[in-house]
Design a protein around this ligand. Structure first.
Ligand code: ADP
Length: 614
């Protein structure tokens, strides 16, 4: 019994496919019914050849059953058993076991159907056609040459043989179909179970996604807050420092103040880098294409880097193709940022020699060019193996050699991302200890094809003009306007920031009130009529946006229509649009630059209260 169970377990082992298990069902049951078949054949008294044919059939089935389990991946055993049974054994049995009056016809029918269950379509068709020809042939031979058929002895024997064949074939087919139904049901259950598992997994994924989304939203909020929190004190430091630089005459203190200024700006650019990087990562970075003058980009980059290079005794120059169109259309701010990142690196990583910024272009069609910007230095260079890490975020190469050079490893990765956002590309050529050349190619629309001219010629011309203007003005420290009759209110929860604005505007003689909260602002706006309100955004209890709305809705308020300017450290993308939509008249980002502040006041204060200073 246990032997039989082992055989059954072996024939239905898990690694077999359903089709294979089906082959085992068919062959196994065909083999099992052979034994009573032989006994019946014996009882009904057929010829010895008839019995032998049946024994041969059992042997064939047994061998194929063995082979098919020994070589489960081979298609040969089913084809072999089908061919031998249908084309050899059944026709022989037809003649030696009693012809069409016996069960052989049922067996032949079983053989044909059995082929379709076991073989692929091609073999099934071939074997069935041949079987059909053979069975028709057998019937015809029996009709025309009955002497070739060994008939059973009595009509009773024939009936018994036919009945047995009917019973056996029915049992075999019954088993086959039962097994198939059972397999399909099992499969359907497994599918259902899998479905259930998938549904659960999906639910879990959706939940995880939700958690991720809220984590990402929390990250954005954290960044916005961090941007505000860090920029606010930097604003105070830089603003106060600017006052020292403006008002102090002590050389030593001016030197300290200059150091504060440079470290403060460095810190600011670090915060900006981290913010830019996070914005790019979260897909919130947008491009803002505008029409711009290429010379002004060149000039600003020159001014910003010239002193830095000079301090390290590096020779800095700009070379350009004079034919580049003078006015282009693109994201000027990001292009400046790209150039400045490359120039800052070039100066940082060069001990002696020179840094050269080159501009060239290639016309791509009637309206567009590829702007080609390259920054070449004679610095420490980059080894071949390190080149592949250059644009990785937070990756600084040669950490040990560069440990004295400040940096986060973000500049080049941001530069590459900006370049790619604009549809451009960046390349680097470098020889260790000899120097590097970074080349950026950015497609730009042309706003005006008139040529930009030689940068050096235009720079000299402009410098001459500036020297002349400087000589004409008193010391260059004076503010551009005064407005002694104008009255403004500055609202900020950080006292230092209030002072910064007050001091920055000291020379304009504007009357300034300071409010340290939204609540305090609402008290002032009931008492005095202002020409302008400068309002911080992030304040505890009542933020700047709420304060603005409350000023607008104040019953008996004196400032329902007074322009309110958002003065805030929130420098995230879309901030400006958001403030204008909320009803602010303008937006100034912290740290406040006196030029921005003055430009805004000149634009928004009543014209009759402003006196421009020549
Ligand atoms: P970092 O803030 O460290 O300068 P970057 O992303 O700008 O970050 O640069 C990544 C690394 O690439 C730097 O740490 C430096 O090793 C190398 N690198 C960048 N520019 C140059 C250059 N002009 N010459 C040599 N090495 C450079």
């Amino acid at each position: 019994m246990s032997y039989l169970r082992r055989i059954i377990a072996y024939l239905f082992r898990d690694e077999l496919t359903i089709k294979h298990k089906l082959v085992n069902v068919i062959l196994g049951s065909a083999l099992v019914v052979q034994l009573p078949g032989i006994i019946v054949t014996f009882i009904v008294g057929t010829t010895t050849a008839g019995i032998w044919a049946q024994v041969l059939m059992a042997a064939i089935i047994g061998t194929v059953l063995y082979l098919t389990n020994r070589f489960p991946d081979s298609p040969v055993p089913p084809i072999l058993v089908s061919t031998l049974a249908n084309l050899l054994v059944f026709p022989v049995m037809y003649f030696v076991c009693g012809g069409y009056a016996t069960g052989i016809v049922i067996w032949m029918l079983f053989g044909s159907i059995f082929t379709w269950l076991l073989c692929d379509i091609k073999w099934s068709v071939i074997i069935s056609i041949i079987s059909f020809v053979l069975i028709t042939g057998c019937l015809h031979i029996e009709k025309n040459y009955p002497q070739y058929v060994t008939f059973l002895e009595t009509r009773n024997d024939e009936i018994m043989d036919t009945s047995m064949a009917f019973v056996f074939v029915t049992i075999i087919f019954g088993l086959i179909f039962k097994y198939q139904t059972h397999s399909y049901e099992k499969q359907a259950d497994a599918l259902k179970e899998n479905d259930e598992k998938l549904r659960k997994l999906n639910d879990e994924l959706a939940e995880a996604n939700e958690r991720l989304e809220s984590a990402s939203a929390a990250k954005s909020t954290f960044l916005a807050n961090m941007s505000h929190e860090i920029r606010t004190p930097i604003n105070a430091v830089l603003g106060m420092d600017e006052m020292i630089l403006r008002e102090c005459n002590d050389k030593q203190i001016l030197e300290y103040a200059n150091d504060i200024d440079s470290a403060g700006h460095q810190l600011l650019s670090l915060v900006n880098d981290i913010l830019d990087f996070s914005k790019i990562e979260s897909g919130k970075m947008e491009l803002h294409p505008v029409e711009y003058e290429l010379f002004s980009v060149m000039n600003d980059c020159y001014n910003m880097i010239f002193m830095r290079a000079k301090r390290k005794e590096l020779h800095f120059s700009i070379r350009n193709n004079p034919e580049i169109p003078a006015f282009l259309f693109g994201d000027e701010v990001r292009i400046r940022q790209i150039i400045m990142n490359l120039l800052t690196n070039a100066v940082k990583y060069t001990k002696d020699g020179s840094v050269t910024l080159k501009f060239d272009y290639k016309k791509t069609d009637e309206e567009n060019i590829d702007l080609i910007i390259s920054v070449k230095d004679t610095g420490i260079g980059i080894s071949e193996e390190n080149k592949k890490y250059l644009f990785d975020s937070f990756k600084r190469i040669d950490e040990r050699a560069n440990r004295n050079i400040e940096g986060t490893g973000l500049g080049l990765s941001i530069t590459k991302k900006f370049t790619e956002m604009m549809g451009g590309s960046i390349e680097v050529e470098s020889v260790l200890y000899e120097g590097s050349t970074f080349t950026v190619t950015i497609p730009q629309k042309v706003a005006d094809f008139s040529p930009v001219g030689h940068f050096d010629d235009r720079l000299n011309h402009r410098n001459d003009k500036l020297v002349k203007e400087e000589k004409e003005s008193e010391a260059g420290k004076n503010d551009s306007f005064i407005a002694p009759h104008a009255r403004i209110l500055v609202v900020d929860d950080v006292k230092m920031n209030l002072n910064v604005v007050r001091l920055l505007l000291k020379n304009t003689q504007i009357q300034i009130d300071l409010a340290a909260s939204g609540d305090e602002c609402l008290k002032y706006t009931l008492l005095k009529r202002y020409d302008l309100i400068l309002m911080d955004h992030m304040m505890p209890i009542m933020d700047g946006i709420e304060a603005l709305h409350r000023v607008r809705e104040q019953a008996d308020g004196l400032n329902i229509e007074t322009p309110v300017v958002a003065l805030t450290a929130n420098a995230l993308v879309g901030a400006q649009e958001m403030y204008l939509e909320e009803g602010f008249a303008a937006y100034i980002s912290k740290p406040v630059k006196s030029v921005d502040l003055e430009e805004c006041l000149v634009r928004l204060l009543p014209k009759d209260k402003i006196e421009m200073v020549e």
